[in-house]
Design a protein around this ligand. Structure first.
Ligand code: ATP
Ligand code: LTN
Length: 339
């Protein structure tokens, strides 16, 4: 071995995705996308705008196209560097959809029926309970398994889907021989479940109809301040993290995530001060934290040529990484070789 050759173990691989269903919320950012950027040096990272998943809910074509480009630019603005990570759009790599079909034949109807996101979304979109909404987790499993990802950074709401992906991988491996890496979830200790500002028992979600429930990462400072001032809290006046104080717990979590302060430090900082002061401090900290993301987004979104170039490179890399896995799957399953 040459003297300068590295003996370091190969980097572990990370895969994650986000739907282009609107501007990312503070929940998406704190629970998922912010962490994606931090992992780029230590891991081999693959990040994807999952437009195939987005159409499980009704989308206008022009709006989806627009939201997908915006989501891609937002992903880069949040710190994903296309020189370090593979960053692409899901529908540009057909291997995801192809693998999804094969995996759907190793996924049971019963296990899909237990998915809470399916139950929630079917209740919210009762006029459009389509088969894609039901098989959504199989496509997510294909996203991850096609790359043999070791780790999947996600918010807490996606843990059940990741568990299903693990079960499908294990089942396939048992039946056809070792093929897929069984992925692990990577859920942040704090901020894995940022709650709605209007109903702190519900997760903050970018498709929430009540715009006051969410802080979007492109909101300007005035909007952010207004939303935090209106945030639902409780009737006592003590800033402390305690069961039953869902609204305050959520605001403290958000404040902690953007300032790096612990719950105890926050309690001391606001001892003897009212909720009004606290809400203003949270709003200011969030607005300051997000200002650079907003500026970077504006710069990137104006440069369509650069975005298109990054998207094309990312898709090609993603295709190449996954085609080999798919060929192996086809051989294992017993499909005749394509000469
Ligand atoms: P939609 O409202 O369209 O279902 P969403 O806001 O739930 O979208 P996704 O695109 O489904 O967002 O999720 C992208 C990532 O953000 C996932 O890893 C998910 O776990 C994480 N995430 C979503 N909402 C939150 C939240 N409120 N707190 C923490 N993480 C979240
Ligand atoms: N289902 C996820 C988005 C998603 C994803 C993935 C996340 C699609 N494919 C693969 C991690 C890995 C969601 O709704 N948040």
């Amino acid at each position: 071995m040459c003297q300068h050759e590295s003996t370091a173990a190969p980097k572990k691989r990370i895969f994650s995705g986000i739907q282009p269903t609107g501007v990312f919320t503070l929940g998406n950012y704190i629970g998922a996308v912010r962490n994606w950027g931090k992992l780029q040096d230590e891991y081999e990272c693959i990040y994807c705008i999952v437009d195939l998943h987005a159409i499980t809910v009704m989308q206008g074509p022009a709006e989806l196209r627009n939201n997908t480009m915006r989501a891609y630019a937002l992903m880069l603005a949040c710190g994903i560097d296309p020189q370090k990570s593979v960053a692409f759009i899901q529908s540009h790599n057909p291997n995801h959809a192809e693998l999804s079909w094969v995996l759907s034949c190793s996924t049971m109807f019963g296990e899909l029926s237990r998915m809470t996101q399916f139950k929630d979304k079917s209740a919210r979109h009762a006029d459009n309970i389509n088969a894609g909404l039901f098989t959504y987790p199989v496509l997510m499993a294909a996203d991850i398994l096609a790359y043999n990802a070791d780790l999947v950074p996600i918010g807490a709401d996606q843990k059940q889907h990741l568990e299903l992906a693990r079960n499908v991988a294990v089942r396939f491996n048992q039946r056809f021989g070792d093929t897929f890496t069984v992925p692990e979830p990577y859920v942040p200790q704090n901020g894995a479940r940022v709650m709605s500002l209007q109903d702190p028992t519900k997760k903050m979600s970018k498709s929430d109809e009540n715009a006051n429930a969410c802080v979007y990462i492109l909101d300007d400072k005035d909007t952010i301040m207004r939303k935090f001032k209106r945030a639902v809290t409780d009737s006592d006046a003590e800033v402390c993290y305690r069961e039953g104080k869902d609204g305050i717990n959520n605001l403290m979590t958000i404040y902690g995530c953007v300032t790096g302060k612990t719950m105890d430090e926050i309690t001391v900082e606001f001892a003897g001060r009212g909720y009004g002061d606290f809400k203003i401090a949270v709003g200011e900290a969030v607005a300051d934290h997000l200002a650079p993301v907003r500026n970077e987004y504006a710069r990137l979104y104006a440069d369509k040529a650069y975005l298109n170039e990054c998207i094309a490179t990312g898709s090609e890399q993603a295709y190449r990484m996954t085609r080999k896995v798919l060929s192996k799957v086809y051989r294992r399953v017993g499909f005749v070789d394509h000469k």
